[in-house]
Design a protein. Structure first.
Length: 63
């Protein structure tokens, strides 16, 4: 390699070294708001057959 090529390579490497990207993360200026609209519905159905109802009466000796 000649001196001219070495100098050009050195100049290019120094020039590209100064072009590194910088990432800056800044906190938000105000409070963070989360708007979550959730609708929860539940329905509980209990169905007891007449035969089972008779088993659990106070008269039975099951319990």
């Amino acid at each position: 390699m000649s001196v001219r090529h070495s100098f050009a390579l050195l100049a290019l490497s120094l020039a590209s070294w100064g072009c590194t990207p910088t990432i800056a993360v800044a906190p938000p200026e105000g409070p963070i708001e989360l708007n979550i609209n959730v609708k929860i519905e539940h329905e509980i159905k209990v169905q007891v057959d007449k035969e089972l109802d008779d088993l659990f009466t106070e008269d039975s000796d099951l319990f």
